[in-house]
Design a protein around this ligand. Structure first.
Ligand SMILES: *Cc1c(COP(=O)(O)O)cnc(C)c1O
Length: 350
């Protein structure tokens, strides 16, 4: 399958904006090409210049850590930007559609709606710990469906989706399959990143917002075949990743051993918290989690949420969302935070 048959036709010969930093690369005596301030900066002098629009140094470093060539990496202002650009690249407004598998991350649907792109929902199977409805997805595929968004481990249910089912979709679907792995660092099962070469239509999303502890930085990664990545590069805004982000992200990557420590702590707390929650009478079910949060079904979900708020404990109320009756999503906190949560829930049960 050629990517050109999938792309929105007007993008085939679109001319990307050519920035000053694109047109001249290398060393020069004076740079008078980008209307920067020649005298200084309101902050440090090094922030005077426009950043590298292609984020070469950062992509090289990410490539080393992730084992992926720089040409297969797109960087966005959060994963949100990659999600939006994928929809804009492939889906004709008012005509094409995406498939999502609720309950799942809300941005896929929001981005589709913003772009006037239709959404087909194939719910996860709640009775089977929110596993993929492979048959349902196959039946929902029809002309005009351009992208299938799968979130694995899934937000808000916490489970990693069956890799064999994802592979089947990748093989049978002649469109783009986006696997959002925002929480993959917390899972004991492997990422699909190692299988990038096998599937022309696979895009894997990861982020600096969760395990790396850098949500404020707004840096998301999309890994995919060179053709798809090139399309995203052509339609992004020229300087979508700030120079400050590029520099700090490189420093963060130099600390990547720290992440292992965080992940081990979080996973240990997750297992402990899951056990403790299970002992409470108001908790009906704690779903198995491969992420840094737990999906929990309680007696009278919305009431429990409100009572927790009164005690100063904020969790994510999903009790009114379809397929999530009486459920909430609870981020695994530090030990003291988890204790406060548990004490608050215990007091309610009395
Ligand atoms: C948190 C999260 C992200 C991260 O989004 P950013 O824009 O990179 O912060 C992506 N996907 C899912 C499913 C998430 O829960």
């Amino acid at each position: 399958m050629e990517i050109s048959k999938l792309l929105r036709p007007h993008l085939l010969d679109i001319k990307p904006y050519s920035s000053a930093r694109d047109e001249f690369e290398g060393e020069a005596r004076v740079y008078l090409d980008a209307n920067e301030n020649a005298f200084g900066s309101a902050l440090e002098d090094r922030w005077r210049r426009y950043p590298d629009p292609n984020q070469k140094a950062l992509k090289r470093r990410i490539g080393e850590v992730k084992g992926v060539p720089a040409g297969n990496i797109f960087l966005g202002n959060g994963s949100d930007e990659a999600i939006d650009l994928l929809i804009r690249a492939f889906c004709n407004p008012g005509k094409d559609r995406i498939i999502i598998t609720p309950p799942t991350f809300g941005m896929y649907e929001v981005s589709a709606h913003v772009n006037d792109v239709g959404v087909i929902s194939v719910p996860l199977i709640a009775e089977d710990n929110y596993s993929l409805d492979l048959e349902g997805i196959m039946e929902a595929i029809e002309p005009g469906v351009k992208i299938i968004f799968l979130c694995s481990p899934n937000n808000p249910t916490g489970n990693q989706l069956d890799p064999e089912a994802i592979i089947t979709i990748l093989e049978k679907f002649q469109g783009v399959v986006v696997v959002d792995e925002a929480y993959i660092d917390f899972s004991s099962k492997p990422s699909l990143l190692s299988r990038l070469d096998e599937f022309w239509n696979l895009v894997v999303l990861q982020t600096f917002s969760k395990a790396w502890g850098l949500a404020a930085m707004r840096l998301g990664m999309a890994f995919g075949g060179k053709e798809i990545i090139e399309v995203l590069r052509h339609i992004k805004t020229p300087y979508n990743i700030s120079g400050i982000t590029q520099e700090l992200a490189i420093q963060a990557l130099d600390n990547h051993e720290k992440i292992v420590f965080f992940v081990n702590e979080i996973v240990a707390q997750r297992e402990w918290l899951s056990n403790e929650l299970n002992k409470l009478d108001i908790v009906k079910k704690v779903y198995p989690s491969d992420a840094n949060f737990l999906f929990v079904m309680v007696e009278k979900g919305h009431e429990v949420y409100e009572k927790l708020l009164e005690k100063g404990v904020v969790v994510r109320d999903r009790s009114q969302a379809p397929h999530c009756v009486d459920c909430m999503r609870i981020t695994v906190g530090a030990h003291e935070e988890n204790m406060i949560l548990l004490d608050s829930l215990r007091e309610m049960g009395e």
